[in-house]
Design a protein around this ligand. Structure first.
Ligand SMILES: [Zn+2]
Length: 1021
């Protein structure tokens, strides 16, 4: 039905009103409508056209690759939608924001998935190349699954040309980065203790470790009997009488024999890894700490049966411990410790002790500040093969790197009687028993502490010295720190985090003993183990991989991998079997995707519109990536170019449930984004909220910290979504008969300067909203946009402007200035509202655009670009006076509300139009601003719009004079007295106003009623 059809023969006055007409649905019907809109974008090639439009400034948000394994979770949603909001805003700003999505495809989890899917016989028949092919296929399948999910969220990207770390060109670029680092001297091979996972049988990077709660280790206090004292120390002990008095020496003939008797003096150490004791090669002390030689006694009060059962004859009579720890050690050891002589740590260097389990003696050495008196004894058991500090201290003293543990965590023959025991299983027990037997065990207790686990197998790791490839961070640390300083970190605390991590980190172990990855492209001499890697071999292998992919490393023999110059000696070389740390894969994306290596070689060419630029404008990932991708990308880029691969880094927190707990299956608090968007099996319980509600959530949270999500929050967001949608629907629905061309061109639009005050105020508010939201997007504070949008829709539009506008839109003659001026504003506002919400509520924005009831030049809201307003909209001088009148409106509404709730004489006041209002303003400064505002209203050339009764939605307003009879309410506030009474006259059946000129009217042959003079002239006009 069209308006003209109903007015031809109206059956009631309702049919004579200009009612809402729009196909824009109140209900989103997102499950069907969002994919339709996405298809429209695809048909229009909207993203492709906008992101490649010539002339625009380029903007590169470089995607951190998610791991190609598993279903998408809300963490993915937070990450990718944030990126999409930023990109869509950039596109609306006319920037070429091309987004190349990526996936991290190599590594152990995928290798394990493939292995787990095989039977044991299949596994045995598996060759490295067939394993790699299966892993390749698995990764691609996972990529497709995740891609479908991302696209459903309305994410715009080069979905048909993503970057995969398994792509040939990517792998070749990665080899290029490795090669540049080799040639710059930043890569070396060395024996070094690294985090080693016996369960995965590989070295792990820091980023692959996790520290679960509740780990305890079997900690032991052990006595190492002193065999020799350095000369000065022996002299000091002799001078104080300690050697003789305590019977430390059986023979006192100094200096020929400075050896105390067995069972005399011992150094006490403490360790939480008894299995490392076979590798003990020193005891380290802190040179600046105080130590004490203590006489040992068994307190008579000690109940029998407690404490270690060391044979009394073997227990040392004197222990050397840190002075500050004496009291706590008395408790831990269940022994009395009477300090006899205090010594500086530096005086202890050179003491020689007997290993309690092996026929060898080792020195006391000076370690560093890592030796403290927080726990233990202040003397540190040192096994250079099993700890980084130990390794460094050992290096200073030229100690060997003894590592009697194999890759499965079994002790080797070098561990003597303990060979074959496993360091995470039975080795500790066997060694503790042997210590007990030897009388060296002082005490044993479980000790709870942070302990690194393999993040994939969830099993404990160990420190183990192995031959590995390293990136020497020391070689470019100062450059890395300078590069960090040149980047903008948001939030700023990110800078301190990554700076501390880079400042304190050791060299980066980049080799892994796995099959599914990019090879470390080196050769070893079959006899001498000499390493072959140089510009020639690197360039050759890089070219091979660019052509054939990294499988070529496993497919070919050495002769097929070495450059021609080595053809005659191929038989001398053996190709390496290590793969690269996957963090090196993703950390090379500035080369593999941003073209960072090419840029260095050929310089930046202005004519070359690349898909992405190095360095990127922005990296955006979770805050854990200071340790991961932000850092690995920084290190490789700095090592090659001396600069960071990004100009700015933005981080987001993690998604928790509504109570701030981690989401987990066991807690049942997991929000599945697929169900949130598409609904669950039972849509009554799990409705399909659509991608826009998920996107609205992302915009609503302050992502600089961890963010909550749960059913309650989703419901609230769905409410906000509906409010915005209904507001848009109201705007669209009142434009069905509106032609937005100026009147001079045959349309209906009223010139801005000719609009009533109320309309100009609405445009000023819209201009202010656009300014504010633009600033929020520029500062990446989307939650401010979310708040501003809600406020605009609910307060400025629904509660004020549209509330007052109802009478203008419905009751006035369709073509009257009173209505056309309002429609002019609605059209201007709805087009801008669509643009403002487009980065976040992209589907709704497009839906609004598609439902504009008049032709527009742009097929899509995204082609219109970011909303702007002409200067004629801006009139900040309206804000204060209109604010005064709106405050008065709120005051009157409170009284009307009071009348509605009241019984008795006020009973029957329903709609505010049933009321009349009398206002009395106290004289003086207090009401001066309101008086001025009312004067402005009074002076408006459009009294049919700018009149207070209409703005208050009452039938009459009277200033001062005699109070109406039968007052229903009266209240004073801030010098304004508001009195409410029932409106005089009778109700017009058409506009519901109470007027004195209401009279009988014949609507049609069959209908008649009582209507007011205004309505009569509208119908007859
Ligand atoms: Zn009327």
């Amino acid at each position: 039905m069209t308006a003209s059809e109903v007015t031809a023969s109206p059956a009631s006055y309702k049919d004579t009103l200009n009612l809402l007409q729009t196909p824009f649905n109140m209900r989103a019907n997102a499950k069907q409508r969002e994919p339709e809109i996405q298809n429209f974008w695809a048909q229009q090639q909207l993203y492709e056209r906008l992101s490649q439009a010539p002339g625009g400034e380029s903007f590169t948000l470089h995607d951190g690759p998610p791991y190609a394994n598993g279903a998408l979770h809300v963490g993915h949603a937070l990450n990718k939608i944030l990126k999409d909001i930023i990109n869509k805003y950039a596109l609306l700003q006319g920037k070429r924001a091309r987004f190349i999505p990526g996936w991290d495809c190599h590594g152990l989890p995928i290798e394990l998935k493939v292995l787990q899917a095989l039977s044991s016989s299949e596994r045995q028949a598996l060759t490295p190349i067939s394993l790699r092919q299966k892993a390749h296929a698995y990764a691609l399948e996972q990529v497709e699954g995740q891609k479908t999910g991302f696209r459903r969220w309305g994410i715009w990207a080069d979905w048909d040309q993503p970057y995969l770390t398994l792509n040939k060109d990517y792998e070749a670029a990665q080899i290029g980065v490795f090669g540049q680092m080799v040639l710059a001297g930043h890569i070396y091979r060395g024996l070094k203790p690294v985090h080693w996972s016996p369960s995965s049988r590989t070295a792990l990077a820091e980023a692959e470790l996790e520290y679960p709660d509740g780990h305890t280790s079997p900690s032991v206090y052990v006595a190492f009997a002193v065999r020799e004292l350095p000369g000065p120390l022996a002299a000091k002990l002799a001078a104080t009488g300690l050697l003789q008095d305590t019977g430390l020496l059986q023979d006192t003939g100094l200096p020929q024999d400075t050896a105390p008797a067995p069972g005399g003096l011992a150094v006490a150490i403490w360790t939480t890894t008894p299995w490392t004791l076979p590798a003990n090669l020193a005891v380290s002390v802190n040179g600046s700490l105080d130590y004490a030689i203590c006489r040992v006694s068994v307190p008579p009060a000690a109940p029998a049966g407690e404490g270690p059962e060391a044979a009394p004859s073997a227990r040392p009579s004197h222990l050397l411990v840190a002075k500050d720890l004496i009291a706590s050690l008395e408790t831990s050891l269940g022994l009395g410790l009477e300090p006899l002589l205090t010594l500086k740590g530096s005086e202890l260097e050179g003491i020689v002790y007997q290993h309690p389990l092996f026929e060898r003696s080792s020195p006391v050495v000076l370690g560093g500040d890592y030796i403290t008196t927080e726990t233990g004894t202040g003397l540190v058991h040192t096994a250079p093969g099993h700890g980084v500090d130990d390794f460094n201290t050992g290096k200073t003293y030229g100690l060997p790197v003894l590592c009697p543990v194999d890759e499965a965590g079994n002790l080797t023959a070098e561990a003597g009687p303990f060979a074959g025991t496993n360091v995470l299983k039975d080795a500790n027990g066997a060694i503790i028993a042997a210590l007990q037997e030897a009388g060296a065990l002082l005490a044993e207790q479980r000790y709870a502490h942070r302990y690194p686990y393999d993040w994939r197998t969830k099993k404990p790791t160990i420190f183990r010295a192995t031959e590995q490839w390293f990136a020497s961070v020391e070689g470019f640390r100062s450059q890395a720190l300078a590069a960090i300083d040149a980047v903008t970190w948001t939030p700023e605390s990110g800078q301190n985090r990554i700076e501390a991590m880079v400042r304190d980190r050791g060299d980066w172990c980049i080799s892994r003993q796995r099959t599914w990855g990019v090879p470390i492209p080196v050769f070893y001499h079959r006899e001498t183990s000499e390493v072959l890697v140089n510009a020639d071999t690197l360039a050759h292998i890089q070219a091979l991989i660019a052509e054939q992919g990294s499988d070529v490393w496993w497919q070919r023999e050495e002769a097929g991998l070495l450059p021609p110059a080595y053809a005659d000696q191929a038989h001398l070389w053996r190709k390496g079997t290590d793969t690269m740390d996957v963090w090196f894969d993703s950390g090379s994306s500035w080369a593999g995707v941003l073209g960072g290596l090419a840029a260095a070689n050929v310089g930046t060419s202005a004519s070359n519109i690349a898909r992405a630029a190095y360095p990127a404008d922005l990296y955006l990932e979770g805050s854990d990536q200071h340790r991961g991708w932000f850092q690995s990308s920084l290190l490789t880029s700095v090592a090659v170019h001396g600069q960071a691969p990004y100009k700015r880094v933005l981080t987001h927190g993690f998604v928790l449930d509504e109570k701030g707990r981690k989401m987990s299956k066991s807690l049942g608090n997991v929000v599945d984004p697929a169900i949130l968007v598409e609904g669950g099996n039972n849509e009554k319980q799990e409705p399909a909220y659509g991608a826009d509600v998920l996107r609205l959530w992302v915009s609503s949270v302050d992502y600089s910290a961890d963010v909550p999500l749960g059913p309650g929050i989703v419901k609230q967001l769905a409410d906000v979504y509906r409010k915005v949608r209904n507001t848009a629907r109201y705007l669209l629905g009142n434009l069905h008969d509106f032609d937005p061309r100026p009147q001079a061109e045959g349309g209906h639009a009223i010139a801005i300067e000719e609009l009533p005050l109320l309309d100009r105020w609405m445009l000023q508010r819209t201009a202010a909203l656009i300014d504010g939201v633009q600033a929020d997007f520029e500062s990446y504070e989307f939650y401010r946009f979310f708040q501003a949008l809600q406020n605009f829709c609910v307060v400025d539009l629904s509660n004020v402007y549209l509330d007052i506008a109802k009478d203008r839109l419905y009751v006035s003659a369709a073509g009257s200035l009173r209505r056309r001026s309002c429609q002019t504003v609605l059209a201007l506002v709805v087009e801008r509202l669509a643009g403002l919400i487009a980065p976040v509520l992209c589907h709704m924005a497009e839906d609004i655009w598609q439902n504009l009831p008049y032709p527009v030049a742009e097929a899509s809201v995204f082609e219109r670009g970011w909303p702007t307003v002409p200067s004629s909209w801006r009139d900040t001088s309206l804000e204060a006076p209109l604010g005064e009148i709106l405050a008065l409106r709120a005051q009157v509404n409170r009284q009307l509300e009071a009348c509605r709730k009241q019984g008795g004489k006020a009973a029957g006041i329903g709609a505010s139009l049933e009321a009349q209002v009398q206002l009395e303003l106290a004289p003086g400064e207090g009401t001066a601003a309101l008086r001025q505002a009312l004067a402005l209203l009074e002076a408006s050339p459009h009294p049919s719009v700018d009149n207070l009764a209409d703005w208050l939605l009452v039938s009459a307003v009277q200033f001062g004079g005699q109070a109406p009879e039968a007052l229903l309410a009266e209240a004073s506030d801030n010098g304004v007295t508001v009195r409410i009474a029932r409106a005089e006259g009778s109700k017009c059946e058409r506009c519901w106003h109470y007027e004195s000129d209401v009279a009988e009217h014949q609507l049609s042959a069959t209908a008649a009623g009582q209507i007011c003079g205004r309505c009569r002239s509208t119908l007859e006009g």
